[in-house]
Design a protein around this ligand. Structure first.
Ligand SMILES: [Zn+2]
Ligand SMILES: [Zn+2]
Length: 90
């Protein structure tokens, strides 16, 4: 585990909520799903409403990696909530 290997990776924002239902998605949530642009959704919306496809960009949604607690101290998760005002189509 060389820490320097990780330094140049683009850092995820780790948005705090689902864009569809505004459910809280803390950085250690197993329920968070993201696309390549980091549009963020909960597992329920991603699977049941969106069928694994991002409604914003058309990309696929994948489980968001968990950032270890020690790293969160250095690189905290975003607190900027992003929400689709019209919600997601069912
Ligand atoms: Zn949701
Ligand atoms: Zn997207």
């Amino acid at each position: 585990m060389l820490e320097s290997d990780q330094e140049n990776l683009p850092m995820l924002e780790l948005r705090p909520n689902c864009e569809c239902c505004d459910r809280d998605l803390p950085p250690d949530s197993q329920e968070a799903r993201i696309c390549t642009y980091e549009c963020t959704f909960c597992a329920t919306c991603a699977e049941e409403k969106l069928k694994g496809v991002c409604p914003n960009c058309g990309g696929n949604l994948v489980p968001r990696p968990i950032r270890p607690a020690a790293k969160l101290l250095k690189d905290p998760a975003s607190t900027r909530r992003v929400l689709k005002p019209e919600g997601c189509a069912a």
